[in-house]
Ligand binder design. Structure first.
Ligand code: D38
Ligand code: ZN
Ligand code: CA
Length: 548
């Protein structure tokens, strides 16, 4: 990187001579700077290119007399050779002269070394309408001349350079012509599907100057590219290369989930790899899915695939984490206009393959994390939509009610995650049935319709006082879970979810207890539906579990 320094000078008259042989940028800079001070005009501005040891932009009154026409511009440069470090006869090739509508004239040159252009080294002298030099701009590499004068012999042919360039991107010109002729609009426009181009240049890169072929490889198939490749003219190696068509776009892939089902995935093509990176949702961030690399460091590595078909067994957990995170995003967005868990479009990140046979999943305050399960008790936990909904709802709760994760507020927090899991995975009241005990059917981790079947209380008289599990947050959640189930049965899930979402985001707070939850839900029912059957349904549900 070129560090730049800007300075403003009021100048003294000083005489100075500059040696011409090979010197460092720093020495050159000091010499040039001193020489610049000898330009006897006040109030000039300089942008300094430290690595080249030359100014890249000087403006001010830069000539003591009129400079008009190419001949006088060259004379001027000759006179100021100690500043610009260039011999206008041997180092510069005139490119064009243009006078603009302000009456200023711009003389553009390119720097050459023995007639070979220095890549990107354009140099312009600007004169004002009175023909005084008002600016000199451009990036020149005076050291290119110093370093290269004796090494301008090319070891390889242009054809060999082009071949090495194709090799370096792993394609042949034939492969990029695959669709030539098929595309009517392209062939009509005279634009070729595939073009190659090579020119010999002096290339300044990382502080060295080398004779190189600047090879351009431009094509549409197999994907759009504009490769800029610099091949060492001496030994044929690639000095530098980049693709000026940014190789990244939203794509649609497919995948096989934990239960063997096939699904569409929103993916992203970057540098030839498809990523589980979904940019299609109306959010600021993205939905992105990682794999833990060594057990438990988070987030791990973004999951990628070379052909956009995520069908390998080891990809299944990531496929479901990715697809289900999107489903849950859609649930909150379409039903409640909520844009991600923070309602501000935050990225939704998941990591799968966490730990070793880890029989759990969690929200860590920043992202979702899923174990693979041990294969007996659990299949990979992201394989269940309701588990994903449960975890992401912890994030929603954290950014809304903020229920603290202990005792009654903690049990309400847990309950909200189970209840929204039953709204998202809509056709049962069970949690985790799709991944719990893959060898056994009909069981689950919890049930909001029948908490006691899973060792949870379903009535306030069975509330468990314990120091375990943050005061039994996964135990006592059975009580508000049962109330939610009774509400759903009474008024339907469509109405119940509106009431629950409003209570969670409007009326509950970090220290709300079960009675506060009852009051918050009743208030929400009243706000939305008035004091009718919906309100009564909520009231009867909480009556039945013994919370007033
Ligand atoms: C049952 C069995 C073994 C382990 C577990 C449960 C067994 O039957 O042998 C562990 N476990 C899993 C869960 N609860 N305990 C269920 C998950 C749900 C979402 C799938 C769960 N996880 C907690 C949560 O999200 O609230 O509820 C996270 C716990 C965090 C642990 N540090
Ligand atoms: Zn939970
Ligand atoms: Ca379920």
């Amino acid at each position: 990187m070129n560090l730049k320094r800007t300075m403003t000078g009021t100048v003294l008259a000083l005489g100075l001579t500059v040696g011409a042989s090979s010197i460092s940028a720093e020495e050159l800079g000091t010499q040039t700077l001193n020489a610049m001070k000898s330009m006897t005009h006040s109030n000039f501005q300089v942008v300094w290119n430290e690595s080249a040891g030359t100014p890249s932009f000087i403006s001010g009154k830069l000539s003591e007399k009129k400079v008009s026409g190419l001949h006088e511009v060259k004379q001027y440069l000759e006179e100021k050779r100690n500043v610009f470090q260039l011999d206008p006869d041997s180092d510069l090739e005139f490119v064009k002269k243009k006078t603009d509508d302000l009456g200023m004239t711009h003389y553009t040159f390119k720097q050459t070394v023995n007639g070979v252009p220095v890549f990107g080294a354009e140099f312009t002298v600007h004169t004002n309408k009175k023909d005084y030099v008002s600016a000199v701009t451009g990036a020149v590499h005076p050291q290119a001349a110093n370093h290269m004068k004796n090494s301008l012999t090319s070891g390889i042919s242009k054809n060999k350079a082009v071949k090495n360039a194709w090799d370096s991107i792993g394609l042949t010109k034939e492969q990029t012509k695959a669709d030539d002729g098929d595309n009517a609009s392209l062939s009509q426009s005279g634009v070729k599907n595939s073009a190659e181009n090579a020119e010999m240049v002096v290339y300044s890169h990382n502080g060295t100057n080398k004779l190189a072929y600047h090879v351009e490889l431009q094509f549409i198939y197999p994907k759009p590219a504009n490769w800029q490749i610099f091949v060492d003219a001496d030994n044929g190696s690639v000095i530098d290369s980049y693709n000026a068509v940014t190789d990244a776009e939203a794509t649609k892939g497919t995948g096989t989930g934990v239960l063997g089902d096939t699904k569409e995935l929103n993916t992203y093509l970057k540098n030839g790899q498809y990523q589980l990176y979904d940019v299609t949702n109306p959010m600021n961030g993205v939905i992105e899915t990682y794999t833990a690399q060594n057990g438990s460091t988070l987030p791990g590595a973004l999951v990628t695939d070379s052909d956009n078909a995520f069908t390998a067994d080891k990809q299944a957990a990531a496929v479901d984490a990715h697809a289900y995170a999107d489903k849950v995003f859609d649930y909150y967005y379409t039903n409640f206009d909520r844009v991600s868990y923070d309602d501000n479009g935050a990225s939704i990140r998941s990591t799968v393959h966490y730990g070793n046979n880890y029989n759990n999943a969690f929200w860590n305050g920043q992202q979702m994390v899923y174990g693979d399960g041990d294969g007996q008790t659990f299949a990979p936990l992201s394989g269940a939509l309701d588990v994903v909904a449960h975890e992401l709802t912890h994030a929603v709760t954290g950014h809304s009610a903020g229920l603290v994760y202990r005792n009654q507020p903690g049990a309400l927090n847990e309950s909200m995650s189970d209840v929204f899991a039953a709204f998202v995975d809509r056709d049962d009241y069970l949690l985790g049935e799709d991944v719990y005990t893959p060898g056994k059917s009909g069981d689950a981790l919890r049930s909001i319709s029948n908490p006691p079947a899973y060792d949870q209380p379903a009535h306030m008289q069975d509330y468990v006082e314990t120091n375990q599990d943050n005061g039994g947050v996964h135990i006592n959640s059975g009580i508000p879970n049962k109330a939610a189930y009774l509400t759903m049965e009474s008024i339907g899930k469509d109405k119940a979810e509106k009431i629950y979402y409003r209570a969670l985001t409007v009326y509950l707070n970090p220290y709300s207890n079960f009675s506060d939850a009852r009051a918050a839900l009743l208030q929400s029912a009243k706000d939305i539906y008035g004091q009718g059957s919906e309100y009564d349904g909520v009231a009867r549900a909480w009556d039945q579990i013994g919370v007033q």
